[in-house]
Write a protein that binds this ligand. Structure first.
Ligand code: ATP
Ligand code: MG
Length: 331
């Protein structure tokens, strides 16, 4: 039996050429996703979440390069031949995007959209693919599947179209799903419906999920473990319940404090300043300029991830300030 996790990323870095300069976008990320496990990747805009996912599918833009180890079931994704890569993308992994309308052709029917991938990869015949698509639609609560096949994307609401993306993703029976902000474009009620569908499918099919979001509360609701990214590096990583209830990195605490709560009436505290990209970071902690706890060493030495209370945290001052952070979030 293969006991390797589905996805194992070790020391993954991503650089991109920009007008002759080599820019670091992601640095030293370690991440694993096992079958049946949901892992969240959380951080503000530009922190490198999408780049990391694209590297795991070998879908980086031409001028960008990934280094380090990216293994799928123990095989090196970066070492895949063209043929292995095509098979990997067609049946092992699937990607669900933030904006379904941007990833459908307005002139083609939902039926064509759903079946083209699996038919082109010769996984199913057109007839089998349509039958399977209808069954999958029914299994996630989409009514009148036969009729849906004949409709065009503009005839579907955003929530329904995103559910069709999930159907398309599930059709080849992949082992691992990448969901890059799958509900950001949806309103809150539809968002929770889509998340419930994803969770149910993970359970029923024993899928791995890498769920990307800028919303820590949302990610916490659906994942087993979390990696919080800032400026291209992971700053805190561990079991979701721990990280969410007792953040140890000031950035994680900041993400929790700046989000509206449905149950408590508290004042929102935005994180001051703007997020930076990995290539803008000097020798110190990337978050130091925005951190109210930053001390001298934070501005000069980059903190490495280290084990603190059964998780990984990259903060020099965690022993002094960690215990105070949950209170900071609530006050
Ligand atoms: N095609 C590209 N070429 C070069 N650099 C890029 C490209 N796309 C994004 N970047 C840069 O890579 C870094 C990481 O971007 P990425 O899109 O992965 O962030 P993200 O965390 O997904 O943000 P968002 O929440 O906005 O989707 C940023 O500095 C961004 O400017
Ligand atoms: Mg992104």
């Amino acid at each position: 039996m293969n006991t390797a996790p589905l996805l194992r990323m070790q020391g993954v870095g991503i650089t991109a050429r920009d007008r002759g300069n080599q820019r670091t976008l992601v640095r030293g990320v370690d991440l694993t996703v096992a079958a049946g496990e949901a892992v969240g990747l959380v951080g503000e805009s530009g922190s490198g979440k999408s780049m990391l996912v694209r590297s795991a599918m070998r879908l980086l833009p031409r001028h960008a390069t990934a280094t380090g180890h990216i293994d799928f079931e123990g095989r090196s994704v970066l070492g895949f031949s063209r043929r292995e890569l095509a098979a990997y993308r067609a049946r092992d992994v699937a990607l669900i995007h933030q904006d379904p309308r941007a990833h459908t052709n307005p002139l083609r029917t939902i039926g064509d959209f759903l079946v083209e991938g699996v038919v082109a990869a010769k996984l199913l015949s057109p007839r089998e693919a349509r039958t399977r698509a209808c069954e999958t639609m029914a299994s996630i609560g989409i009514t009148d599947p036969e009729h849906r096949l004949t409709q065009y994307p503009h005839q579907l609401s955003g929530g329904l179209l995103q559910r069709m993306m999930i159907v398309a993703a599930l059709l080849p029976s992949p082992k691992l799903l990448f969901a890059d902000e799958p509900t950001t474009a949806l309103d809150v009620t539809v968002q929770s419906e889509v998340m419930a569908i994803l969770q149910e499918q993970i359970r029923e099919r024993n899928l791995g999920l890498l769920f990307i979001s800028h919303d820590l509360d949302l990610a916490a609701a659906v994942t087993d473990s979390l990696a919080v990214m800032y400026a291209g590096t992971v700053v805190e990583q561990g079991a979701t319940a721990d990280v969410h209830a007792r953040p140890l990195h000031p950035y994680t605490a900041g993400l929790l404090a700046c989000r509206p709560s449905a149950t408590a009436v508290t004042r929102l505290k935005p994180i001051p300043g703007r997020p930076v990209s990995a290539y803008e970071v000097g020798s110190g902690c990337a978050f130091a300029a925005r951190c109210r706890f930053a001390a001298e060493e934070c501005r000069t030495d980059r903190p490495q991830l280290r084990t603190v209370e059964e998780r990984l945290v990259a903060c020099h001052r965690v022993e002094e300030i960690g215990a105070r952070l949950p209170e900071e979030v609530r006050s």
